[in-house]
Design a protein around this ligand. Structure first.
Ligand code: NAP
Length: 338
């Protein structure tokens, strides 16, 4: 089988490997779609700890090729995969906080992932995806992370919401906030094309970062930070109104620090809340996609073959591009939605 193997920092290439041998409790999956994510670039540049050699890719789904005969999965089942594998027995896991499991590891980060024709996956990580357009399988994991952020925000309808960062996470959160009944959803991002896109997806308005600072300070009930940049984290705190919440979805560089006024947090009753990964939200994300509640096609900038991945990962995303989706087993001649 062919896969994208990271062989050393900065070097990823199409590689031939034997199809993995299935272990008990694991399934083999033929990968139909795998998203490329900023984290893949961080891993490749050595900015995010990972194992090597490693098959990259953690946003993927496909069809079961082989599973335990006594499992619920059958060859041909369409599945989405939660790439984050927790121990299931520590205090955090037993309380449902699986993202905080100290022994958590991930497909595409610590063990071989989905930029491959075939991938081996623990059956605990599979969720049914019947009825979903195979291309949309690439969105379920990032969407599951956004749902965690939505859960923590606790929107009840009628709130004013700002979303900072117009990449895939920001564009998904814009759509989710609109669905949740926010009265105002403003996307703040530098690129005009991303601002226009968000306004077609449910944002009521949008602003460049400097304009937002000039005109929109202290006006939002909830601010979602989806860029992972220190400047935008600081801006999120400036945009939240007294009594408001700042939900940090973007992942800033490890070790980076920011001056924050604890006095302001107290007297303004500001909530500063991190949101990490997709604890038990993968199935809901699959349902959201299956129900067609979001416009995902508008977020697909390019469909790639495995042969195109290494070059794309080595460079920054193109201007205005949102999501690259890789189809490791090729494109079906006729799109099929079982
Ligand atoms: P992305 O496609 O790179 O989008 C981030 C966007 O932020 C960029 O496209 C950029 O758009 C905008 N941005 C960057 N600097 C900015 C600035 N100074 N002011 C305003 N906007 C700025 O990344 P993504 O896939 O959407 O992910 C977003 C963040 O979420 C990343 O940090 C990623 O690691 C993180 N993430 C977190 C989780 C989690 O579980 N918490 C899960 C997945 C991803 P413009 O060029 O238009 O400004």
């Amino acid at each position: 089988m062919r896969c994208i193997e990271m062989q050393s920092i900065g070097r990823a290439a199409v590689t031939e490997r034997p199809v993995p041998v299935r272990e008990p409790g694991w399934a083999l999956v033929d990968v139909l779609a795998c998203g490329l994510c900023g984290t893949d670039r961080h891993i490749l540049r050595g900015e995010y700890p990972s194992r090597m050699p490693l098959v990259l890719g953690h946003e993927f789904g496909g069809r079961v090729r082989e599973a335990d005969p006594d499992s619920r999965w059958r060859a041909g089942d369409l599945v989405t995969i939660d790439p984050n594998i927790a121990c299931g027995s520590c205090d955090h896991c037993r309380a449902g906080r699986v993202a905080l499991c100290p022994d958590r590891y991930a497909l595409g980060v610590d063990i071989d992932g989905g930029l491959s024709e075939v991938v081996a996956v623990p059956e605990t990580q599979l969720y049914a995806a019947s009825g979903i357009d195979p291309l949309h399988l690439a969105f379920i994991e990032p969407l599951a992370c956004c749902l965690r952020g939505m859960d923590l925000a606790g929107l009840q309808g009628g709130e004013s919401v700002a979303v900072i960062g117009g990449g895939v996470m920001g564009q998904l959160v814009v759509q989710l906030a609109a669905l949740a009944g926010a009265s105002r959803v403003t996307l703040i991002t530098r690129q005009a094309s991303r601002r226009s896109l968000a306004e077609t997806l449910g944002a009521t308005d949008s602003a460049a970062p400097d304009a937002a600072d000039r005109d929109l300070g202290r006006t939002y009930d909830v601010v979602f930070e989806c860029a992972g940049v220190l400047d935008t984290v600081a801006q999120a705190l400036r945009l939240a109104r007294r009594g408001g919440s700042v939900i940090l979805l973007g992942i800033p560089p490890e070790g980076a620090t920011l001056p924050v006024s604890p006095f302001a947090l107290v007297v303004d009753e500001l909530r500063l809340q991190g949101s990490f990964l997709n604890p038990l939200t993968q199935e809901r994300a699959a349902a959201v996609v299956r129900d067609g509640a979001l416009n995902l096609d508008a977020l697909i900038s390019r469909r790639l073959t495995l042969d195109e991945v290494a070059e794309v990962l080595a460079s920054d995303p193109g201007e205005g591009d949102i999501k690259y989706v890789v189809e490791p087993t090729g494109r079906p001649a006729v799109p099929s939605i079982p």
